[in-house]
Write a protein that binds this ligand. Structure first.
Ligand SMILES: C[S@@+](CC[C@H](N)C(=O)[O-])C[C@H]1O[C@@H](n2cnc3c(N)ncnc32)[C@H](O)[C@@H]1O
Length: 236
């Protein structure tokens, strides 16, 4: 059993906005009535049985929820956890959940790092991190989601041979991903599987997000990584 009290990621660290424009009436109603029923709390995360009984995929920073709701619609047999502290994004996802009568999404409306630290080892089959905030200024690099500590943490919660998908349209962040996964520690944990990361995967398998659409509109290329979690026996 992991010692959660001393876990290095067990504190809330959020940098972005939590709300921009006022929520629409329907979104406000759904936040009041639906969110409570599908909130994935920290104590729920510690329930090993939930992960033993279900195949679970998690999206970190789902934004408007376009990718998450599409995946949930296409994979009714999978349980999804979406993490997003931005309330307008949560409101937008709730609308899609309500419209499509989706029953397989849980929402954690807070910092994904905090949630991860409560999840038992080898619980998740897939993790998605799509177009994370690039934090382009050097003094803000420490705010970037991908760090040595998060690489270790995602490996801990993924099942052996689990997949971590990452996408970015930001050239510096692309370089950052390469450099963070090129350390000896990270190379022992993950192996990048796609031959050409600039080739767009089929949308049925990897639905578009709002940020990808924004990048396309201004002619920016995106990179799509798929990291495979190495089996424990192979990790020294
Ligand atoms: C640039 S947006 C991308 C949104 C969406 N993935 C897309 O591609 O359209 C990054 C999102 O990550 C969320 N985010 C930032 N830090 C986070 C954290 N620690 N845990 C969960 N989500 C986070 C932000 O609120 C924001 O909505």
């Amino acid at each position: 059993m992991q010692n959660l009290e001393n876990h290095p990621m067990r504190k809330r660290t959020l940098y972005g906005r939590r709300q921009a424009r006022p929520l629409k009436k329907r979104q406000q109603d759904l936040l009041e009535n639906l969110l409570e029923k599908i909130t994935f709390s920290l104590s729920k995360a510690e329930d090993c049985q939930l992960f033993q009984k279900n195949r679970v995929w998690m999206e970190i920073g789902f934004g408007g929820g376009e990718h998450l709701s599409q995946q949930a619609l296409q994979h009714p047999d999978i349980t999804f956890i979406g993490c997003e502290p931005f309330l307008n994004g949560v409101g937008s996802l709730l609308t899609q959940i309500d419209d499509d009568h989706l029953k397989n999404i849980w929402v954690h409306c807070d910092d994904a790092c905090l949630l991860l630290s409560h999840i038992p080892p080898h619980s998740l089959e897939k993790v998605f991190l799509l177009f994370p905030d690039p934090w382009p200024k050097k003094r803000h690099y420490k705010r970037r989601f991908i760090q040595q500590a998060t690489i270790k943490e995602i490996h801990r919660v993924l099942k052996p041979n689990g997949e971590w998908r990452i996408a970015t349209d930001h050239v510096d962040y692309y370089e950052w991903v390469l450099s963070q996964f090129e350390t000896p520690e990270a190379m022992a944990l993950f192996k990048q599987q796609r031959q050409d990361v600039f080739e767009r995967p089929v949308t049925e398998d990897w639905p578009e997000t709002r940020y990808e659409q924004k990048a396309k509109l201004v002619g920016r290329k995106s990179a799509f990584f798929s990291f495979l979690a190495m089996q424990k026996s192979l990790v020294t």
